[in-house]
Design a protein around this ligand. Structure first.
Ligand SMILES: Cc1ncc(COP(=O)(O)O)c(C=O)c1O
Length: 442
């Protein structure tokens, strides 16, 4: 594949569905390694997207590549259910050691959205109840079941047939807390009130199979719930025999500074969906629950052709090994704290930065109109394009695309972090909507 393919980029929108082909920014890339993409233009780009929170071990980690090659030499395809192989069993054993206690039985699939489908289906099988509660602004995937609980953007839901089986409760956004209130107390009370409305007016709790939530709002804008809020949801679920599902597709595998956000927040769900960082970029996901719950899923009621692919499972085993050996979970926390300090300095200098929301290396930088404080997705795109010109790739999130996602691989060094933040600062200055002050170097 040495022929130049620049000309194909001119036909991108003819060749690929515009729903993807017009997404930001479609950087033509020929190779990736560690924290970097290598562009078709011969330039090297610092990657602060990790393939959307997936290349947690860095791109093409040698250990992961070695595991993939070894696996491909032996077995390329299962399917599990027809044959059985070592890597899938070893992976299940390994995952048990890093997941919260009690989450120890696995249904492997290929993508985040499939893991969500499995989670909801399992909850309905276990409880024999029809309804699902999800939280406003969450993103759970693009298949129709996952979409029915997704409300990060209404455009994703267009033409979704109303099923009437899902109810929505507001997510807690600490930036929306009244100034003189304590966010933890305020949102706890608000949640109680929201559940009162839900259960008294819309659906009886006895009919609810599960509540599904992202423990940190991802695509919806990197919103971190206040202390005690997830505990309250756990409490209400327990009170009514409702199963709690955590969507840890994006938060998992060290992103939040722990293996999983469940550990960061000290709340264990009944069912968890994991994907993205699990196999450093190979398609793999899992619906996870206790054996007790999984046993209530009748034989043959759920299945897969590709799920738990042997090569992907081997990549996942190597991924976990690398995350452990290289202390990448600790690095996620350390670099996340470091970046947050530096970004807070930037915020003090640039009124265009509305808020910084971070947990580990899951960092959101909100861009607002400095005069009105309103979200400003338009300026954000200008900033991201400037960053790209300067060789740093960022991605975005939020209902109107107003939040810069800073999600570098967990291997990111202090020097790379400094470069990324310095470029971001220059880009903000160049779009010219803020004071021209340089950040201090620390
Ligand atoms: C929290 C969350 N859940 C589910 C999904 C869907 O995952 P996939 O794109 O692998 O289907 C995503 C993808 O971004 C996600 O961030």
């Amino acid at each position: 594949m040495t022929d130049p393919w620049n000309h194909l980029m001119d036909h991108l929108s003819d060749l690929l569905a515009p729903s993807m082909a017009k997404d930001h920014p479609n950087l033509p890339v020929v190779k990736a390694e560690g924290c970097y993409y290598y562009g078709l233009d011969g330039r090297k780009y610092l990657d602060f997207t990790s393939g959307i929170a997936t290349a947690n071990t860095g791109h093409r980690h040698p250990k992961v590549i070695h595991a993939i090659k070894e696996a491909a030499d032996h077995l390329m395809h299962g399917p599990s259910g027809v044959i059985m192989y070592e890597s899938i069993l070893r992976l299940a054993e390994e995952l048990k050691t890093i997941l919260p206690k009690g989450l120890d039985c696995f249904f492997f699939a290929n993508s985040g959205t499939e893991a969500i489908e499995g989670a909801i289906k399992l909850a309905k099988h276990v409880t024999k109840r029809p309804y699902v509660v999800s939280f406003m602004g969450c993103f759970h995937g693009r298949s129709l079941g996952a979409l029915s609980v997704t409300t990060s953007k209404s455009k994703y839901r267009k033409f979704l047939q109303p099923t009437g089986l899902v109810y929505q409760v507001p997510y807690a956004n600490p930036t929306a807390c009244p100034v003189h209130e304590d966010p933890a107390e305020y949102f706890k009370k608000k949640l109680e009130n929201d559940f009162d409305i839900l259960f008294n007016h819309q659906v009886t709790p006895e009919e609810v199979a599960c509540m599904i939530i992202e423990p940190v709002l991802g695509e919806g804008g990197y919103i971190i719930p206040p202390k005690g809020w997830l505990e309250k949801i756990r409490e209400v679920c327990d009170q009514h025999g409702i199963l709690l599902i955590f969507d840890e597709v994006q938060t998992g595998f060290g992103r939040t500074g722990d293996w999983f956000a469940s550990q960061t927040f000290g709340v264990t769900p009944d069912i968890m969906a994991i994907a993205k960082g699990i196999a450093s970029g190979l398609p793999l996901s899992a619906t996870v629950a206790s054996k007790e719950l999984m046993e209530k899923w009748p034989i043959g009621s759920h299945g897969t052709t590709f799920g738990g692919n042997p090569i992907a499972c081997s990549a996942a085993l190597a991924t976990i090994e690398v995350l452990k050996e290289e202390n990448l979970i600790a690095n996620s926390k350390m670099m996340g704290d470091y970046a947050t300090r530096k970004l807070t300095e930037l915020k003090a200098q640039h009124p265009i930065i509305g808020s910084i929301r971070s947990v580990g290396l899951m960092i959101g930088i909100e861009i607002v109109d400095p005069d009105t404080g309103e979200p400003d997705g338009h300026t954000l795109l200008e900033i991201l394009n400037k960053c790209l010109e300067k060789g740093v790739l960022f991605y975005l999130c939020g209902n109107s695309g107003e939040v810069i996602r800073m999600i570098p691989p967990l291997t990111v060094t202090k020097k790379e972090m400094d470069t990324g933040i310095q470029v971001l600062n220059e880009a903000i200055i160049e779009v010219g909507k803020t004071a021209h002050i340089q950040p201090t170097n620390s």
